[in-house]
Design a binder for this molecule. Structure first.
Ligand code: UDP
Length: 323
């Protein structure tokens, strides 16, 4: 049985679907603070909170768990700067509880959702796994701290982990069973789709004076179903006795904010207002991953490399939840 912590959330629910499709049995541990009960359409839901170690012990007692996938975390970079305690408590301290109970139960395989934010300001591009990790906000710092703890637990207790550092997760399940829905929404693609559907009066471009071709930031948008396949490969790798490792996960293709907006206009056939505003604090000009390592070592190959196809999947879901 695979325990998916945070499996009611955006990325976790997509991995849950793929795991069940491939015949794995899953149990989802989620406090539903950010996740959605309706997203748990496969496996069993255990309503629990990582701050409550007894609840974690309970789920391990109830199910024969072989490995853990851990997605539960707050994800807003700006909020992490304003309220770091919230991030260190939830994303770091509560993860220590999970690792503790795993060790108590002799469960020593975990896939951890890490982030491009562990790298901080890019020193070169594309960013590979050798790039220095100097996070510039508590969100990235807390994720990096977990990576370091897992490294020490590996040496001391034989914990085997794979840390997957996502770049910009996006898109939705092509069957539109599940998708992205954050409250409040802060991610570029759902915000543009809100403008396309008329829920928002415009989309704001944060900065048009970056040293890029069209002056807007470039990001590496990686489809959530491609993230799901990477998790399954990583899980199989660990279950087959693989050593601990860290991988960057991106398309390796960068798209600028303007390119994403244009792609949304093409896919949705809607026009909407685009407003150019000041830069947002802490946004590097270009963030693109090198995913060579995960391709070579785990045989991962992203299927969604065309930004229009990515947006089509997100649009299908967005229309479904906004009828
Ligand atoms: N962005 C934007 N307007 C918005 C939201 C985001 O121009 O309303 C830009 C943001 O500056 C960044 C890119 O879109 O360059 C992706 O931002 P997002 O918050 O989706 O992800 P992040 O890169 O912060 O993880």
């Amino acid at each position: 049985m695979i325990l998916i912590v945070g499996g009611a959330g955006y990325i976790g629910s997509h991995i849950n679907k793929e795991l069940n499709k491939q015949g794995y049995q899953t149990v989802i541990f989620d406090n539903l603070s950010k996740g959605h009960k309706e997203a748990v359409r496969w496996g069993e839901l255990f309503d629990g909170d990582l701050s409550n170690i007894e609840q974690i012990r309970e789920v391990f007692k109830k199910y024969p768990i072989d490995a853990v996938l851990h997605f539960a975390a707050f994800i807003e970079v700006g909020e992490s700067v304003k309220d770091p305690q919230k991030y260190y408590q939830n994303n770091f301290k509560n993860t220590l509880n999970l690792l503790q109970v795993m060790l108590e139960n002799n469960v020593k395989k975990i896939i951890f959702s890490s982030t491009a934010a562990t790298f901080g300001s890019p020193e070169y591009t594309p960013i590979d796994e050798k790039h220095p990790q100097n996070p510039i906000n508590p969100y990235g710092q807390a994720k990096l701290m977990v990576e370091k703890v897992m490294r020490d637990y590996d040496v001391a207790y034989g914990l085997r982990y794979v840390a997957l550092r996502y770049f910009n997760a996006c898109g939705a399940d092509v069957e539109a069973d599940i998708g992205e829905s954050h409250n409040p929404e802060s991610h570029l693609i759902p915000l543009i789709l809100d403008a396309a559907i008329g829920k928002r009066e415009d989309i704001k471009i944060f900065g048009t004076d970056y040293p890029t071709e069209d002056g807007t930031c470039i990001r590496d948008y990686v489809h959530v179903t491609d993230l799901a396949s990477a998790h399954i490969l990583a899980l199989k790798y660990l279950l087959d006795g693989g050593e601990s490792d860290c991988f960057n996960l991106g398309n390796g293709l960068g798209f600028s904010v303007r390119q994403v907006i244009d792609a949304v206009k093409t896919v949705t056939k809607k026009d909407f207002k685009v407003t150019e505003v000041e830069r947002r604090d802490g946004d590097p000009a270009i963030l693109v991953a090198s995913s060579e390592k995960v391709k070579n070592k785990l045989g991962w190959k992203p299927q969604f490399t065309d930004i229009k196809v990515i947006i089509e999947s997100a649009w299908k879901w967005h229309q479904k939840i906004n009828i």
